[in-house]
Each structure stands twice: as C-alpha cells, then as structure tokens.
Design a binder for this molecule. Structure first.
Ligand code: PMP
Length: 387
C-alpha cells in the first residue's frame, strides 16, 4: 500500500537512523549512560545529549535548560497538565481546554476532574477554530491553565496560539500548547509567543518513536509536580536513564527540519493543492476543515452517499486514517468531527490523507484513480445515490 498516514507517524529520515546507530553498539564506544560521571563512556553520552538538547532548544529559540525529555507527546501532555494542576492547585482548580484536543490532553483533564478540578471543554466553531471570545468568557478567577493544541491531528486546523497566549498572559494563566502536529510545519519562536509549556514528539518529524519532549518556561518560571519519581533526571521532572540513541535521533530530526523547512512545506503545499483539485472532480465530496486555516500536510474529506467501512475496504491499497468505526473498536464516529457538528454518516465516510517528505505526485495520481473508481462503484450500489 501507498503511505498517506504521515500524521500518524513518519519513517526515520536515513540520516537520523545513521546517527542513532552510533549510540547503540559497542564498536562506536558511544553507548554509555549519560549519568555515569566517572568515565569517558558517560561523558561522551552526556555530551551527545547536551548537543541534542541545544539543537532542539535553538529550534524554538529557547534555553537548553527549558527542554525536558519524555517518552513522547502523550507523556509530555500528561506532565504538563497534571504537573501544572497539582503544583498550582492552591492558586486555582479550573482548567480550560477544547473538545477536539488529543486524547492524552482530554484524558489527563478527565483524571483531574475526578480529583476535584473543574474543566471547561470548549466547543470549536464549525471550521474547527476556537473563538477567542469563547476562551475569554470561560476564564474564571480560579483558572490556572489553558491547554490548546497548535494543529489538530485529524483535520489539520491551526489555532491562533499567538492571540491565545496574549489572553493567558493578560489574565496570569499558564498556557500549554500541544505542538505535536505543528513542528516543522509552522514555526514557533518561544520569545515571540508566550507559551509556558509545549509538547512535541520525534516520530511525527522523521525521528524515532518513544521519545519526545516538553518545553518548560524558565522566565517567568513555571513549576510542575513530577509524575515519574526516581533518580532525579531532567531537573527532577522526569526520572529514568536517558535513551541516548533516541535523543540524538530526535536532535538530528530537528536539525534536518530546520534546514529544509521552507522547501519541504512548499513541496507539500503543491502536492496537497494538486490532490484536492483532482478530488474535486468527485461529486458530493466535502473538505473537513477550513482551507484558510489548515496545514498542507493534512487533507480530511468526507464522501456523501458512501458507507465508511465499504470505502475503507475498497481503498485498502492506500494507507490512510479514517473517521470510520472499522479502524477502532468503537462504533462512534470521530469525536473531533462530531464536535464540529459534522453529521455521523459524513464523519463515518471521512478519510484523512496525510502527506509527507516522501510523497510523490505519482502516488497522488495513483491514489486518486483508486478513490475515484471506488466511489463510483460504491455509489452505484447505494439506494440513496441518484445522480
Ligand atoms: N498530540 C497530538 C496532537 C498527536 O497527534 C499525537 C500523536 N497521534 C500525540 C499528542 C501523542 O504523541 P505520542 O505518540 O508521541 O505519544
């Protein structure tokens, strides 16, 4: 099958793989524990971790001491939200987030709700954007944290984190951004946007799975209660021996993205426009996000008069994500699409195509042909289709 699921995960960039391998075996002598301070194996590993941390910090225009390594964005979101809530609970117990956030944000909030916190889950507008007025209205004297993602993983819609950060700053509320889907797609300069906490993950940017990070602002400082106790690694915020090969891999992935950012985004924009133009030859197809506020990497569309499961079966030569039940154990349509008020049948027939570094025009032509044939065939079988 052809890969159109870069928003789910990406393959390693070959340069990342090469770098990681150096830090695994005996021959390279770089496999040491960075916490071993008494010998060269430890020093070499520590230096590699420091360099990667610098690389990632400079990507955000941040200080290296503001980057904490975690096992991925799920853990970063947990640490940001629970860590902040638990540290500042004497100051306030109210948190604002949005219904279309990733489950790792929503479920962290649900957990806090069971522990006496109050959470406001904002409903976005029909186009997926959260209105600034809605945010302002939700603020209470007890609000300590607002957690809003930068780019949505299902529909690719971009939130105005600059404006939201201004609201937070003015009201003395901490601001957490899940930037997992925006890294390498939209630039974030931490000096220009007042974010206190920012989550990211390597495997969405051609780095390895199982490693990510949390940016934690130092000036003015935000404090967190730790979730993982132990040897006191990562400034006491996240104990555990550092996975050096993963960290250097993530550092390399950031370095590569920094160098090819503009070029890559230009190429992907062209591919998406080409794909969408072709897809519009198909009748009764709907775009599930606002094209004016959407990254080019994600194209989420619904096909009217088609049953989601049959569509997925008919296009199984394409590796895509679907809002339909057959990809998950539940019969519910995607909660993200439902929150936008999209009808259940259209949510079920939605397909998320995500385009990336290795996508070609030929792959898009191939995909279009498969989709077009499948749609015609399935609609001819449908009693509702009379066009
Ligand atoms: N947030 C968003 C927006 C995501 O897309 C993902 C990955 N699907 C995550 C968080 C979780 O990231 P990880 O896989 O690194 O835990």
């Amino acid at each position: 099958p052809i890969y159109f699921d870069y928003a789910a995960t990406t393959p390693l960039d070959p340069k990342v793989l090469k770098k990681m391998l150096e830090y695994l075996d005996f021959n390279h002598k770089k496999f040491g524990n960075p916490a071993s301070r008494s010998h060269k194996f430890g020093w070499i590993a520590e230096e590699a971790v420091d360099l990667a941390r610098q690389e990632i910090a400079s990507f955000f225009n941040a200080d290296y001491r503001e980057i904490i390594f975690t096992s991925g964005a799920t853990e970063s979101n947990n640490l940001a939200i629970k860590g902040c809530a638990n540290f500042y609970k004497k100051k306030g117990i109210h948190i604002i987030t949005c219904k279309t956030e990733h489950k790792s944000v929503l479920d962290s909030c649900r957990y806090l709700e069971e522990n006496n916190f109050h959470i406001t889950y904002l409903t976005p507008q029909k186009n997926g954007i959260i209105s600034l007025e809605a945010i302002k209205k939700a603020i209470r004297p007890s609000t300590i944290l607002i957690s809003i993602m930068h780019v949505n993983n299902e529909i690719g819609v971009i939130q105005d984190i600059q404006k939201i950060s201004e609201i937070c700053k003015k009201n003395h509320i901490f601001f957490h951004v899940d930037a997992t889907q925006s890294i390498g797609k939209i630039h974030i300069d931490i000096q220009k946007i007042h974010v206190d906490l920012l989550s990211f993950s390597a495997h969405k940017i051609y780095g390895p799975k199982g490693i990510g990070g949390l940016y934690v602002r130092r000036k003015p400082r935000i404090r967190l209660k730790t979730l993982i106790h132990g040897g006191g690694h990562e400034r006491g915020l996240r104990s555990g021996t550092l996975p050096v090969h993963q960290i250097v891999g993530m550092g390399k992935a950031f370095q590569i993205i920094k160098n090819i950012f503009n070029e890559e985004n230009k190429k992907i924009t062209q591919l998406k426009n080409y794909f969408w133009k072709k897809l519009q030859n198909i009748k009764e197809i709907y775009l599930n996000s606002d094209p004016n506020y959407c990254i080019p990497h994600i194209l989420n569309v619904s096909f009217n008069f088609i049953e989601g499961e049959s569509l997925i079966m008919a296009i199984k030569d394409l590796a895509v994500s679907s809002g339909s039940a057959c990809t998950s154990s539940s019969l519910e349509p995607s909660y993200v699409l439902s929150s936008l008020g999209i009808r259940d049948d259209l949510a079920h027939s939605s397909i998320r195509f995500s385009i990336g570094r290795f996508t070609t025009k030929e792959e898009i032509d191939y995909a279009y042909n498969i989709i077009q044939k499948a749609v015609i065939k399935l609609r001819n079988l449908s009693p509702l289709w009379e066009m």
